[in-house]
Design a binder for this molecule. Sequence first.
Ligand SMILES: Cc1cc2nc3c(=O)[nH]c(=O)nc-3n(C[C@H](O)[C@H](O)[C@H](O)COP(=O)(O)O)c2cc1C
Length: 356
Amino acid sequence: MDAEHDSEEADVLEVLGAHGFLSTPKSCELNLEISERTRDEAMRFENRITRMLGVEYPILEAPMGWIARSQLASAVSNAGGMGIIETSSGELDAIRVEIRKMRALTEKPFGVNIAQAFVRDPDIVKFVIDQGVRFVTTSAGDPQRYCAALKEAGLTVFHVVPSLKAAMRAVDCGVDGLVVEGGEGGGFKNPREVATMVLLPLVCEKTGVPVVAAGGMVDGKTMAAAFALGAEGIQMGTRMVSSAESPVHDNWKQAILKAQETDTVFLNRFGPGPALRALRTEKTTRFEKEPPENVMGEFRHALDLYFGGDMEASIALSGQVAGRIDAIKPVAQIFREIIAQFEETIASMGRKYATS
Ligand SMILES: Cc1cc2nc3c(=O)[nH]c(=O)nc-3n(C[C@H](O)[C@H](O)[C@H](O)COP(=O)(O)O)c2cc1C
């Protein structure tokens, strides 16, 4: 690999790992007339993302270590979106079982994520191909590493990007599409984070591939805003963590409901290891001022937080959009409300601003 590629790889490897442009009071709820419409009456989507992925709605569940497993992913697929199974936990034997469960829980498409920085098994590509899935997102690394092999096996590949430079590189590598992730999103992040409001239109204007917007996506208004900026799909992380089917402990869900928009921290901008966005707790507020030597070490006790509910045991990766989430709802209801509100938002803007 040449020096230019070396430095590009370093840049992309920095990229571990997307907006809250339309603010609404936390207590604002959709009116019932909209939210209770049946799926048969709901708006139909037809764009490059729905065609490529074979889904009814261009809405992806974010891949999240230990969380994006069959219970949540099947709820997303059954609601008409793209359920994604994680591999960032590194527990490939468990993932194999989860994928088998998916086949029993849904007949709809689902995909797998390869978070490259967390890959321990050198045969991860073979593992994913062997599972028979048709869609994969790659993240947290150089897209060149796995793209060709995955595409040769016939999979559709989207790469997650936090900058225009990373997006151009992914397109050069031949990806089918991009997940454009702004710095307000939860999870591991590029230390030089850029908000979805800036990054999304930039990438959409400079690349011709289909784009899924991530970071701050939570409702029909944010989805409509993302589409206005050029996206053809959305991916939700924090909203899915707080859904009824999410397997995490209720303490984490309640902490998301209580959080204000200012209640996340951006940690470890200067390394070592990845930068990240997480919920504000006593521990993470302390880390803002006094960064730990090794932030990744904190994830040794992740499961005590994720499933034991001890919010100080580790770090609760979550996005700023926690400040807009005020109820735990089933995924199917979240989807119905998003689609209805998307439709209402674009129609009302047309009525309000159309000149003729
Ligand atoms: C708990 C948690 C774990 C995550 N783990 C992963 C992961 O394993 N792979 C990945 O590509 N992104 C991961 N992310 C980032 C999400 O995929 C998604 O892009 C991000 O959450 C979007 O922002 P939002 O939280 O505002 O919806 C994670 C996010 C959260 C909140």
